[in-house]
Design a protein around this ligand. Sequence first.
Ligand SMILES: NC(=O)c1ccc[n+]([C@@H]2O[C@H](COP(=O)([O-])OP(=O)(O)OC[C@H]3O[C@@H](n4cnc5c(N)ncnc54)[C@H](OP(=O)(O)O)[C@@H]3O)[C@@H](O)[C@H]2O)c1
Length: 324
Amino acid sequence: MSKGYNFNLKNKKIWVAGHNGMVGKAIVKTLRDRKLNVLTVNKSELDLTNQSKTFNWIKTNKPQAIFIAAAKVGGILTNSLNQSEFLYQNLMIQNNIIRSAAENNVQKLIFLGSSCIYPKEADQPIKEEALLCKPLEETNEGYAIAKIAGLKLCSYLYKEHNKDFITIMPTNLYGPNDNFNLTTSHVLAALINKITYAKKNNKESVEIWGTGKPKRDFLHVNDLADAVYFLAEKYSSSEPINVGSSKEVSIKELAKTIAKLAGWNGTFSFNENMPDGTMLKKLDTTKINNLGWRPKIDIKTGIKETIKEYEKTYSFSDSALVKN
Ligand SMILES: NC(=O)c1ccc[n+]([C@@H]2O[C@H](COP(=O)([O-])OP(=O)(O)OC[C@H]3O[C@@H](n4cnc5c(N)ncnc54)[C@H](OP(=O)(O)O)[C@@H]3O)[C@@H](O)[C@H]2O)c1
């Protein structure tokens, strides 16, 4: 643990890689709200799968801290059908940034893992030590193997070369700028999409994949950004650290909450031919809680804001989400 450790981000040049994504945007906002010096570069100017360009960009721009929020990310369906791309692109992006950061003496680097890279049958709530203790979930194995490689690269550089490169393991996230596309989204965003669509089109029922019984832990992305900022300054270790809400909610309860907040009075049907996955998935957050961090946004407030933002951003057609 890192009691007493302090890395001051003030007056440092901080590069947020992946600043156009859900997590990247929230991190940039958190850092800029604190008047910190944030660098960004668009994918059209710097494709992070390109090793020499990534190395040269870091060498030229000299960030002193790097937050890696760039990754190829997707829900269960897209992940399971494109394992080779998830493995390859994530390995490339993270290897290029982490290695270049080490060679260019970047002082602090934050890599993001995910709760879904822990073993499928890990004991609940999941402690950091559960990593690699049992086989992985097959549906996102490619993504998980890439992320574990990134985590280990940071950990080995920390131990062998004194690089202050840490890994944070967020739980399921939701909030502004989430991906609401039904084929690539995660469960909470997919439910907001389906329920809002049902409301606008006077549909009486919405189908939910699985039994609705599995329980999950959801964290607002702004809380994650706050935790990432907090840990960048307060945490230094070769071991990863979990960030979660410390609460669980069943998919059925979640759907009912979204329906209530969206003002839709229909019913749910459960497609039990679709897999449930693990019955409970929740991160053990003792480590970050002991450092003094807790989330601030309760799930109802977070969902209410997310629905509002979603309705403002998208209009609907039968076949696709259309950005306003
Ligand atoms: N979302 C979650 O629930 C969740 C949960 C746990 C952990 N995480 C972690 O948080 C991180 C960010 O996730 P997110 O949800 O914010 O994903 P996201 O919204 O898809 O954002 C990913 C960002 O990475 C950028 N990117 C992808 N490939 C790139 C490339 N080759 N070159 C340059 N930029 C590239 C994307 O740019 P374009 O938009 O231009 O393609 C996008 O801005 C990931 O490491 C993920 O594992 C997310």
